[in-house]
Design a protein around this ligand. Structure first.
Ligand code: NAD
Length: 333
């Protein structure tokens, strides 16, 4: 099948070409570095499928354009699907497939990395030593053992993360609309959100972004949290009301924040903007806090994950072409 691939980076091309060459019947991959949007959708003309990533625009307007070109499949090369208007896709008869699981370890390990970096001030220590400054003032951390870590969303990533922090001797509490019985049996205590806010020393977000979880971290939930709480977000930017988080950081209610995702990341992440002036004042304010660490949506970015993403994305396209829907990971509304 001829596939238009949007938001292509050099690393995407390497892994997708490698996986495609290993297929008995390779697809025709057309790489575009631009994001999918109403302005770029025309590039998909003549293709049977479109492959896109987290910050591509896949709203009703774009889907209508793609449907007019005869596109029947959106193959997401990511797990989250909040960027797609699923209702519009269904109406237009466009199938949406995703990569449900590629490496939950990649994201869970990144979340743990952010926790340890913030707790032990590794980001500040790194620069201090390079400046010939070996003083320890301001670098005081805390032991992880016996701390209460809360996991919101105990799906594939949340489960791996919960077990990792349990291994550090933390008490793990969790909230999920569909609690996992095996995880509960392993000693993870499911509780209400109110209980979670009041008990957690560290809160890590692993639920999808949807209408129920949008701005889950907001002035009201922050007010219920412990003084000095650490918030980690490797889920999606929209889970946090960034302005409320900034207010929480200024009042010191929030003691630490580690972000791999940001509400308005679509205008920033995945690009080298080092020769441009930062125009996002909210993001600029976040960058001023010494107790905030931000990475640019890189939690998924491991060799193992990119290999699996390429393999599963192409398998979804092959199954679609062969009419083998049961083998695809289809997203429905
Ligand atoms: P998953 O579908 O396996 O798990 C999501 C869990 O969230 C499920 O158990 C579900 O029941 C739960 N959930 C749904 N609605 C909820 C709600 N309102 N409150 C609490 N829990 C709720 O997904 P996953 O593979 O574990 O991924 C989780 C999220 O991580 C994805 O949706 C994606 O947004 C994000 N993600 C980020 C990166 C990254 O690079 N930063 C990479 C992959 C995934």
């Amino acid at each position: 099948m001829k596939v238009a691939i949007f938001s292509t980076k050099a690393y995407d091309k390497v892994f997708l070409v490698q996986a495609n060459n290993a297929l008995s019947q390779p697809h025709q991959l057309i790489f575009h570095d631009v994001k999918l949007s109403a302005a770029s959708a025309l590039l998909a003309q003549g293709c049977g499928a479109v492959c896109c990533f987290v910050n591509d625009t896949v709203d009703a307007t774009v889907l209508q354009q793609l449907a007019d070109f005869g596109i029947k499949l959106i193959a997401l090369r990511c797990a989250g699907f909040n960027q797609v208007d699923l209702v519009a896709a269904k109406k237009l008869g466009i199938v949406v497939a995703r990569v449900a699981e590629y490496s939950p370890h990649a994201v869970a390990e990144h979340a743990l990395g952010l926790i340890l970096m913030l707790n032990r001030n590794l980001h500040r220590a790194y620069h201090r030593v390079r400046e010939n400054d070996y003083s320890l003032n301001g670098l005081l951390g805390f032991d992880m053992v016996n701390k209460t870590v809360a996991v919101i969303g105990t799906g594939k990533i949340g489960q791996v993360f919960a077990k990792m922090v349990q291994g550090l001797g933390c008490k793990v509490i969790a909230y999920d609309t569909q609690p996992d019985h095996a995880l509960a049996a392993a000693g993870i205590h499911y509780c209400s959100l109110a209980e979670l806010w009041s008990q957690a020393d560290i809160i890590s977000l692993h639920c999808p972004l949807n209408s129920q979880t949008h701005h889950l971290i907001n002035p009201d939930s922050i007010a219920q949290m412990k003084q000095g709480v650490m918030i980690i977000n490797t889920g999606r930017g929209g889970l946090i009301d960034t302005r409320a988080a900034i207010a929480g950081l200024k009042s010191q209610k929030i003691g630490y924040m580690g972000l791999d995702v940001y509400e308005e990341e679509g205008n920033l992440f995945f690009e080298d903007k080092s020769n441009q002036l930062l125009q996002d004042d909210v993001f600029a304010r976040l960058l001023t806090f010494p107790n905030v660490v931000i990475t640019g949506h890189q939690a998924f970015f491991t060799r193992e994950a990119l290999t699996a993403i390429a393999d599963i994305t192409l398998a979804n396209i092959t199954h679609f072409e062969c009419g083998d829907r049961a083998k695809m990971v289809v997203v429905d509304c």
